[in-house]
Design a protein around this ligand. Structure first.
Ligand SMILES: Nc1ncnc2c1ncn2[C@@H]1O[C@H](COP(=O)(O)OP(=O)(O)OP(=O)(O)O)[C@@H](O)[C@H]1O
Ligand SMILES: [Mg+2]
Length: 340
């Protein structure tokens, strides 16, 4: 089966800003593609082109085999878009927003009403259905926004930074909903600055920076490209650290053993050889050294971004609540317990 989304050599400039400078990628039907990049990378611009809201300067994009430039109406009938900024009418209730979109899509008022009821139920908004959206929490707004984009049962759903600004509980909720949609056969293209979000949801990840694709693959492939797993061992004193480094020297290939005196931490590159990690710990014990702590660390997607671009993501550098959930979680998920 041909890919449901085919993007080839897309260019789009705004004055001197090359928002898209030759972007190509494909998305398989029924899968989730994570379009990952920092602020200003070109993610929203790519989504807007695919959703027929913006004409490209050059290149082609097809959704469901339909050309976004010449068959825009047909494309619109098979896609849903949850934009980066809430697109619902805040003066209306949740139910009214959903019914209005149903009517705009050509449903009868009975059809629109019953579709709204189904979606309100599915998104846990039944109790709030008759309240103005102004009274909704951030998480509820995102849910109603997503519900609105699903009124027409789209084959392809574009989610532009669906969880930016949400608290961790609301993010997990959105992730669960996204997984359900995919289980029902919807193809999802998701943009995100949260590396852990792409890791959680996406089958494949396309990393973009300055309007260009700089890498693509599965989350695991991207992580592997930055050098695989390492055993991190922590000591109480620098004297122990130095002795341990001497003991572990024979276990390390060139450059595979790193000492961080400030944190009293040794890092031994083990890649997929967990037996090596076990032998290393045993050797330390045999030498009478007992680590204060040890763990197996898989590189996070943040590490991947650093390796690919030589700089971190903007998310890391940003101040404010938006940067907290993503970073807090990515650290947690990438350290595996050794003693399980
Ligand atoms: N309508 C516009 N007019 C002028 N410049 C624009 C316009 N839309 C986007 N840009 C510029 O194009 C570049 C890419 O913007 P885009 O919104 O696609 O980035 P993004 O990856 O979605 O970023 P963010 O993570 O902040 O949402 C940015 O430099 C942006 O300022
Ligand atoms: Mg954007």
């Amino acid at each position: 089966m041909p890919p449901i989304i085919e993007v080839e050599n897309l260019h789009k400039s705004f004055g001197d800003t090359h928002a898209l400078a030759g972007v190509s990628f494909q998305v398989e039907r029924g899968s989730v593609l994570g379009l990952l990049g920092p602020n200003g990378a070109g993610k929203t611009t790519a989504v807007r082109v695919l959703a027929t809201l913006l004409a490209p300067d050059q290149g082609t994009a097809r959704v469901g085999g339909l050309d976004v430039s010449t068959q825009a109406n047909a494309v619109r009938s098979i896609i849903g878009l949850t934009g980066q900024y809430a697109a619902v009418d805040e003066k209306l209730t949740g139910a009214e927003n959903l019914r209005m979109v149903g009517r705009l899509l050509g449903m009868s008022s009975t059809q629109a009403r019953s579709r709204a009821t189904v979606l309100l139920e599915r998104f846990d908004l039944t109790d709030a259905a008759d309240r103005q959206v102004t009274t909704y929490s951030g998480g509820m707004r995102r849910r109603v926004d997503l519900a609105v984009s699903l009124v027409g049962s789209p084959e392809v759903l574009f989610l532009d930074e669906p969880t930016t600004g949400l608290d961790p509980a609301s993010r997990s909720e959105l992730w669960a909903i996204t997984r359900e949609l995919v289980a029902d056969g919807t193809t999802v293209l998701l943009t995100t600055q949260y590396l852990d979000e792409a890791d959680e949801l996406a089958d494949r990840i396309v990393v973009i920076d300055h309007g260009q694709v700089i890498e693509e693959g599965t989350a695991d492939e991207l992580k592997d490209r930055t050098g695989g797993r390492s055993l991190e061992i922590e000591f109480e004193t620098t004297a122990e650290l130095a002795s341990a480094a001497a003991v572990l020297q024979p276990f390390s290939a060139k450059g595979g053993l790193q000492q961080n005196e400030q944190d009293c931490l040794l890092s031994l590159s083990v890649d997929s050889d967990t037996a090596l990690a076990v032998r290393a710990i045993a050797a330390l014990t045999d030498a009478g050294l007992s680590p204060a702590d040890f763990r197996l660390h898989r590189p996070s997607l943040d590490d991947v971004f650093m390796a690919l671009t030589g700089h971190g993501t903007e998310t890391e550098e940003q101040e404010g609540p938006d940067s907290i959930p993503g970073n807090a979680k990515s650290g947690d998920t990438n350290t595996e317990a050794m003693n399980s």
